[in-house]
Design a protein around this ligand. Structure first.
Ligand SMILES: Cc1cc2nc3c(=O)[nH]c(=O)nc-3n(C[C@H](O)[C@H](O)[C@H](O)COP(=O)(O)OP(=O)(O)OC[C@H]3O[C@@H](n4cnc5c(N)ncnc54)[C@H](O)[C@@H]3O)c2cc1C
Length: 280
């Protein structure tokens, strides 16, 4: 037996979730496949009619992406160039049909280690906004996803928005995904890079994140520090050493061995950084 509820406002959704025991449904592209042959059980709160948490707006300090924003809407939205990696990731999420239904919040809350939306949002220093009947709180995305399919979201909270500080908006960014085939594939490794120039041709700030190679996508902090001051020219990838990937903990699975994932990630990180400096 299951109870299906479709609130029209965020307040209504929050009060339904406050009763406890409900599951949230958005685009359903992770929700339904996870059920396999089973039917949904318990209370389902379908948030897909909450217009107030859909779409992108540009504020004074940050860009706000409503949690219900679909990947297609990310692709179509005119955004500063630091969002190029996120747009490229959006084009790689499944197929056009999946991009039309799948939402950014669904990708983050599902917390797959291979979620394509996570590395490009990590390099943008994204913060998630969670809303419940008890109030609103913000958590950096880097802290929000704590493990394979585990987040800090409480069951009564809706991921209402993703906030991106505008400080990085002139940076260039790139996204690269490796799978066993070109389309409709779960990533073997997925890399996002962002490079901010100091205006004199050197790196002022660099952010690099790798997904599908640990329980959660990871920023490569030591590499980011070592890139500061490096010339923003072709060859920047030579600054990346295999040791910079030491925070990653890839696994052997049906898609690839751990060794292959690490080797491929090294190449992808180098190529993503090269792509960032070519765009300058
Ligand atoms: C054929 C296919 C191909 C795919 N390919 C890719 C791919 O290439 N890359 C990739 O990263 N993903 C892929 N996916 C996974 C999926 O499409 C994405 O993760 C998508 O962004 C999920 O969004 P959704 O709105 O459909 O989430 P749903 O399925 O509705 O929900 C997913 C989870 O998030 C929770 N949730 C959803 N919205 C909220 C919210 N606002 N607040 C709190 N909790 C919420 C739900 O309770 C559920 O646990 C694919 C899926 C399919 C079926």
């Amino acid at each position: 037996m299951s109870l299906y509820l479709k609130p029209r406002t965020l307040d209504e959704a929050a009060s339904l979730l406050a009763a406890g025991g409900a599951q949230i449904l958005a685009g359903g592209t992770d929700f339904y496949p996870a059920l396999g042959e089973k039917l949904p059980q318990g209370t389902i709160v379908d948030v897909s009619a909450l217009r107030e948490i859909r779409g992108v707006s540009i504020g004074v300090d940050h860009v706000r992406i409503g949690g219900l924003t679909t990947w297609t809407e990310i692709i179509r939205e005119p955004l500063p160039r630091c969002f190029d990696a996120l747009k490229a990731a959006a084009r790689e999420v499944g197929s056009v049909q999946i991009q039309n239904r799948g939402t950014v919040a669904g990708n983050l809350c599902n917390a797959s280690p291979a979620a394509d939306g996570v590395p490009p949002l990590l390099v943008l220093d994204a913060v998630v906004e969670l809303v419940s009947a008890a109030g609103r709180r913000q958590v950096p995305l880097a802290e929000f996803i704590v493990g394979n399919r585990k987040t800090l979201r409480r069951p009564d909270e809706v991921l209402a928005a993703i906030l991106i500080p505008r400080t990085l908006e002139n940076a260039t960014s790139a996204f690269l995904k490796l799978g066993a085939r070109r389309y409709l594939v779960i990533s073997i490794s997925v890399v996002a890079a962002l490079v901010q120039s100091d205006g004199m041709g050197r790196v002022a700030d660099a952010h690099v994140a790798v997904g599908a190679c640990s329980a959660t996508a990871r920023r490569l902090d030591e590499l980011e520090r070592d890139l500061v001051g490096v010339l923003c020219v072709a060859g920047i990838g030579d600054a990346v050493a295999a040791t910079h990937l030491s925070p990653l903990r890839p696994i052997d699975d049906v898609r690839a061995t751990a060794e292959y994932r690490l080797d491929a990630s090294l190449t992808l990180v180098r190529r993503a950084l090269e792509a960032c400096v070519v765009k300058r």
